[in-house]
Every structure is written in C-alpha cells, then in structure tokens.
Design a protein. Structure first.
Length: 266
C-alpha cells in the first residue's frame, strides 16, 4: 500500500511538472506565432492558471482544517472559460468550444494531486468475510415392528434376531454474504476529497461509494444511479437417509394329551 501511495504521488507530481512545462512552452512560443499557435498558447496558459488557482484553494483549506471553499474553485473555473472565449474571439483556433472538456481534464489533475497528498496517513482498512452454514437435517424414521404372537398349549421356545442398518447422507452448501470491493465504476471519499479506487480498494481512511464518480468541482463522490447491493448467496441442505432391516425367527413346540372314555353296552 505504501508503494502504491508513492507511485500516486510521483504520478501527480509528474503531471504538475507537465502543466508547468506546458505553460512555459506557451509563453516561449508567443513571440512570433500564427493565430492558431497564439490561440493554443492562450488556452494552455488558462489551463495552467486554473490548476494553480484550485490547488491553492485546497492548500488553504488544509491549512485551516476546513472544507475547501467552493466559491474559490468556481472562480478559477470561470476564469478559464473567460480566457477560452477571449482566445476564440480572436480567430484562428484549431479547436473551439472545448473549455468544458479541458476543465474536466484539469479537475481530474487537481483531484489526483489532492488525493495523493493527504494531510495525515490513511489507515489500511480491514475486511472480514463471514460465512454461516445452517444445516437442516431430514431423517426417515424406522418402521414399526410387530413381533409375531404365538399361543402354545404346553411348551413354546422362541428365538428373535434383529438387524438394523442406518446409512446417513449429508449434503451441506454454505450461505455466504460477501462485501463487494470498489472497482472502476466506483469512487473513494476521504473528507472533502474524492478519488478513484486503487487496485480494488480505497486508500487510507477513504470510504468506498459504489456506482459513483468523483466530481472535481465539489471534491465529492456523486452517484449516477442508486448504489446496488452486491451479495452472493448459496443454499444449504442436509439429507439423512436411514435404512432399517429386521429379521424375526420364532420356533415353537406344542405337546397335547387327549383322554377318551369308552362305555360298554349292556
């Protein structure tokens, strides 16, 4: 994370030197230039002045510990528009009506500088994913056995053999809710500043705002549609099958005695 922060600062500073260099080139080329070159030079100077003025607005806010003054930012933007209109009125411009697109480019540059240079180190966020499994067992109860009934007259010898086999089958699939990570269509908000996510995470104490873009004019993440809730859900089921086998054997011995009386005739 530290390496990424240094890379962001290096990139932002390189962009700053680029803007300063462009302003120097524009000033040098203004000596003997064509109308198109003069127009381009004036617009480059205006872009550099806006970037410098807005960075000064942010620096002042950080020094005071207050949110950036929106009127300060708006004043710098109005100056750029006025300078572009003045340059185009003289004619010879290779491009016209492009103040809006150039403003967006400068805003992105200013936001990158502010985001890369926080007033205090940003803590690394900690993310914990928790999966909960709730099994629901289902069992098939064993059948009801009714042993045979024997009514012997004299002697009964009975033998019973019982065999029970149970085979459970369990299937578990966990249900998990996963916190989405910010991507290219999301924004990171840190106090009065905003910026894009870095490698699927917001730097320091920045809070992710999903389905949003960073507004350079306000320094706030602005959602362009309602932020979706991104969840991953799986179902869990448990099936238990029990098989019971019972064998009963009965052996009986019966002995009967009969008595007959014979009465002779006269």
């Amino acid at each position: 994370m530290l390496g990424t922060g240094r890379a962001s600062v290096s990139m932002a500073l390189a962009s700053a030197f680029m803007f300063v260099g462009l302003a120097c080139i524009a000033h040098t080329a203004a000596a003997a230039a064509s109308p198109g070159e003069k127009c381009a030079s004036a617009k480059i100077k205006a872009a550099a002045k806006k970037a410098n003025a807005q960075l000064a607005c942010y620096a002042k806010a950080i020094t005071k510990g207050t949110p950036v003054d929106q009127s300060c930012l708006a004043k710098a933007g109005a100056a750029l528009v006025k300078a572009f209109q003045k340059a185009e009125a003289k004619g010879g411009c290779a491009t016209v009506s492009d103040s809006g697109s150039i403003e967006s480019t400068v805003d992105a540059f200013v936001n990158a500088i502010v985001f890369a240079l926080p007033a205090a180190p940003r803590p690394t966020p900690t993310r914990t994913l928790t999966a909960t499994t709730t099994p629901t067992p289902t069992s098939t109860p064993a059948g009801t056995q009714t042993p045979p009934t024997i009514t012997p007259t004299i002697t009964v010898t009975a033998t019973r053999s019982t065999t029970v086999t149970t085979t459970p089958t369990l299937t578990r699939t966990p249900t998990a809710t996963v916190t989405p990570t910010p991507g290219v269509n999301d924004c990171c908000q840190s106090g009065p500043f905003c910026g894009p996510p870095n490698n699927g995470a917001c730097s320091g104490n920045a809070v992710p705002v999903f389905n949003a873009a960073c507004s350079g004019g306000t320094g706030q993440c602005v959602t362009f549609t309602p932020a979706p809730t991104r969840t991953a859900t799986a179902t869990a089921s448990v099936t238990t099958t029990a098989t019971q086998t019972m064998t009963a054997t009965v052996t009986g011995t019966v002995t009967a005695t009969a008595t007959a009386t014979d009465t002779p005739g006269p």
